[in-house]
Design a protein around this ligand. Structure first.
Ligand code: ATP
Ligand code: TYD
Length: 234
């Protein structure tokens, strides 16, 4: 298989014209790659989480790029033309929201889920975008943007409910979308502790642990704990 892209968290290989293989690395990075450590076992746990969440969403009518998981660090997905935007859904105030709105108390519950958009650009540090920015730059039409918002809110409802049955709180998460060959929008990339904040009795079972100074090994333990709680086979 041809390696076509290597990012911070994954390697992407081309399987054929329609399919890619994404390999989750046994590494964890934070602060734009400034802190980076080996995390043995993390790749498999994050691949398993992505497979679990995306299969769950598919089963509930959300179209995703997910095809299958090899039981280890790789998943097969549909090759898409990616929308260069990160969609963030927030249920509680945290992270970059608190940086731009410091008057809000951490973990304040919002009156409704917030949806926001950031341009995917490491050089520009993923700037916040307005809906007009997105449509005027020609990244998406109004209708496509509305479809992305509706899907993101539906994903939030489904995951919030699923996690609450296991005593877990979904604070916020990031989604990416892409277009398939027929022009349909599909949920893409990954859904794991790297891209979601999940609390259990006030403790993070996500990458926030590492951002706050925990070791890579403690992060892997937290991902394993999350998978056990969710009944994810890994
Ligand atoms: P970041 O770590 O900031 O998210 P990255 O580029 O380093 O960025 P990785 O997760 O390491 O991210 O790399 C995966 C890449 O594959 C991303 O650029 C993502 O947008 C892209 N991607 C995800 N799903 C698909 C897909 N179905 N088709 C094509 N590209 C995809
Ligand atoms: P956010 O609070 O915007 O940023 P930061 O992680 O810098 O405090 O993050 C909101 C959610 O989105 C959180 O669950 C982590 C996830 N996320 C990603 O997966 N990738 C990213 O590049 C960013 C900025 C956030």
């Amino acid at each position: 298989m041809e390696l076509i892209y290597e990012g911070k968290a994954k390697r992407v290989y081309r399987l054929n014209n329609e399919r890619l293989v994404m390999e989750f690395k046994d590494e964890v990075t934070a602060f734009d790659g400034l802190r980076k450590e080996v995390a043995i076992g993390k790749g498999r746990l994050a691949a398993a989480q992505t497979a679990f969440f995306m299969s769950y969403l598919e089963g509930n009518g959300v179209r995703t790029h997910f095809i299958d998981w090899d039981g280890d660090r790789r998943i097969t997905v549909r090759a898409l033309r990616m929308v260069p935007i990160e969609v963030i859904v927030r249920n509680y105030a945290y992270g970059s929201f608190l940086k731009r709105m410091p008057m809000v108390k951490p973990l304040t519950r919002f009156s409704k889920p917030l949806v926001e958009f950031h341009l995917k650009s490491d050089e520009l540090h993923d700037p916040l975008l307005t809906m007009d920015d997105i449509t005027e730059a020609g990244l998406l039409t109004r209708e496509e943007l509305q479809e992305i918002i509706n899907t993101s809110l539906r994903v939030n409802d489904l995951l919030t409910n699923l996690l609450s049955t296991r005593g877990l709180i979904l604070v916020d998460f990031k989604l990416e979308f892409g277009f398939d060959g027929s022009g349909r929008l599909l949920l893409a990339d990954e859904m794991s502790g790297d891209t979601m904040r999940i609390l259990r009795n006030g403790k993070h079972l996500d990458k926030e642990l590492f951002r706050k100074g925990a070791s890579a090994m403690d992060l892997v333990k937290a991902y394993a704990e999350l998978n056990a709680l969710l009944g994810v086979k890994s």
